[in-house]
Write a protein that binds this ligand. Structure first.
Ligand SMILES: Nc1nc2c(c(=O)[nH]1)N(C=O)[C@@H](CNc1ccc(C(=O)N[C@@H](CCC(=O)O)C(=O)O)cc1)CN2
Ligand SMILES: Nc1nc2c(ncn2[C@@H]2O[C@H](COP(=O)(O)OP(=O)(O)OP(=O)(O)O)[C@@H](O)[C@H]2O)c(=O)[nH]1
Ligand SMILES: [Mg+2]
Length: 458
């Protein structure tokens, strides 16, 4: 139901300077007036839009003062949701904010669902679906570049691109409509050629977006980078060095790490989800064995593997087994412990892996080279985030891939000399797929799935 008034805590739960309870809907001010007592005895129903009032939140049942607050009012339609909004600025702290929310709910508001404020902004037409999705990306951004991409998407840069592609497609469809009224053999070859080249141009633009979506995804979700290797090669030492913090336990006892450790780092603007794992080996230790199984699981889901080897020892069966496990994956091999005399067959390792870095993590050598190798691999032949429209969301990429497939089929239909209106079926499919990105044309379950991933109060 869109016309009820919703409320939620819009700030993070915990101790803080200020906590905000936000209301949206046409009863916002009326509900707030039941719980708010102005210090100067003013009636907030007379408040001007984008003004504030100082006072107290009082439980209407017990007359107990809950908190001293500042209330702000924004009148529809110039608000985040396009509805009347009241924000109650409480003292930060878990209890006061929760109690304020609870009296607001008792006075007629309904608890908002996750993302419901932003969903209303979308349903009321202030922003489209890809802009709404950018709101949560902005909140979750871990690096400046990720933030920058989200802000651009929020401003509508991606939407503009998609809308222009849809316009061009519509032009082609109109072209076809105009020609189908003529008998087949009257359709000029020039007309067909123009249509095909227009469609090929759209395909090339979509291709460009798809090609760069791989790096886009990394900016949105982070590059899942998993450190693997047999026990004692220096995996946890590397995690600590990259984090610049003693996060994982390091000892000279093989089998020290047993659980998976996951941390965020920022390398040159690329958000990295760095994972340290238990050294992979056959073991009778039950706990260690669970860790080894987990390592293998994480290895499968990694975008990038940092495969560590102890260069001071010859290659062992355990190393070979891991080499088998990581076949076909993106790998940077790290020859660690280079401060000790080298015993490993360096040429063999270089023959097996395209990217090999020498390091002595203990002596802090090679760390920058490892970082550089990671970033180079991420952007191999791709673009950086600067001034680019990057598709960061897998949902958008999937829609683009399907939209492209339909146009390609349409082009084949046209080229094979079949009636042009057969091609228009494919082109319409493509148009609908592009429309799913901005949400112009989108099923309700897709919308629900997107917003339920948001935080409450956003
Ligand atoms: N206190 C507070 N801070 C906040 C938000 C909020 O809801 N409350 N926002 C969200 O959570 C973000 C701001 N987003 C907003 C987006 C659009 C409009 C808005 O009302 N736009 C009007 C223009 C109003 C004017 O120019 O006076 C419009 O588009 O018509 C407001 C906030 C970040 N900071
Ligand atoms: N000489 C030398 N020792 C190192 C280097 N890197 C790590 N070590 C030492 O190797 C031992 C094992 O290091 P860890 O980082 O715990 O190794 P790991 O791969 O996490 O080991 P597990 O958790 O048991 O799988 C420790 O004593 C480290 O100090 C290095 O570059 N040179
Ligand atoms: Mg370890």
């Amino acid at each position: 139901m869109l016309n009820d008034t919703i409320a939620a805590i819009s700030t993070a739960i915990g101790e803080g300077g200020i906590g905000i309870v936000r209301l949206s809907g046409d009863k916002s001010l009326e509900i707030a007036s039941k719980v708010f007592k102005s210090a100067k005895g003013k009636d907030i129903k007379e408040m001007r839009s984008y003004s504030m009032a100082y006072g107290y939140i009082v439980d209407p049942e017990t007359n107990e003062i809950i908190d001293e607050v500042i209330l702000s009012y924004m009148k529809a339609p110039n608000t985040y949701t396009r509805e009347d909004i009241v924000e109650i600025n409480c003292h930060g702290g878990v209890l006061a904010v929760k109690k304020v929310l609870s009296v607001v709910l008792k006075s007629g508001a309904r608890l908002a669902e996750p993302g419901e404020f932003t969903k209303r902004a979308f349903l009321n037409g202030r922003i489209d679906l890809s802009q709404a999705e950018a709101v949560i990306d902005l909140i979750r951004a871990k690096t400046d570049d990720s933030l920058n991409l989200a802000v651009n998407q929020l401003k509508g840069k991606l939407s503009q691109k998609i809308n222009s592609l849809m316009d061009k497609l519509l032009g082609c469809l109109a072209h076809i409509e105009a020609t189908v009224d003529f008998p087949e053999d009257d359709v000029d070859e020039l007309v067909v050629n123009k249509l095909v080249s227009d469609l090929q141009f759209i395909v090339s633009e979509i291709d460009y977006l798809i090609k760069n979506a791989e790096s886009g995804k990394i900016f949105r979700e982070g590059l899942r980078t998993t450190i693997v290797g047999k026990p004692n090669v220096g995996k946890s030492s590397l995690l600590n060095a990259l984090l610049e913090e003693k996060r994982a336990i390091v000892t000279d006892i093989p089998g020290t790490t047993r659980d998976v450790i996951e941390e965020y780092i920022n390398i040159d603007g690329v958000p990295i989800v760095l994972v340290d794992t238990a050294g992979i080996r056959k073991t009778d230790d039950i706990v260690e064995n669970i860790g080894v199984e987990k390592s293998k699981e994480y290895l499968q889901n990694a975008d990038l593997i940092l495969f560590m080897l102890d260069a001071s020892r010859p290659l062992e069966k355990e190393d070979e087994e891991i080499i088998d496990l990581i076949k076909g994956k993106n790998v940077i091999a790290i020859l660690n412990k280079m401060d000790l005399p080298t015993a490993i067959d360096v040429d063999y390792v270089k023959g097996r892996f395209k990217h090999v870095v020498n390091a002595s993590v203990k002596k802090e050598h090679g760390i920058d080279e490892i970082k550089k190798a990671i970033v180079d691999l991420v952007f191999e032949g791709r673009v950086s985030s600067k001034n680019e429209i990057l598709v960061t969301n897998v949902r958008h990429k999937d829609a683009l891939v399907k939209a492209k497939e339909s146009i390609v089929k349409g082009i084949e239909t046209i080229k094979s000399g079949l009636p042009l209106d057969l091609a228009s079926v494919e082109l319409k499919d493509s148009y609908l797929k592009l429309g799913e990105i901005t949400g112009n044309i989108v099923a309700e379950d897709i919308i629900d799935r997107i917003f339920c991933d948001f935080c409450i109060g956003k």
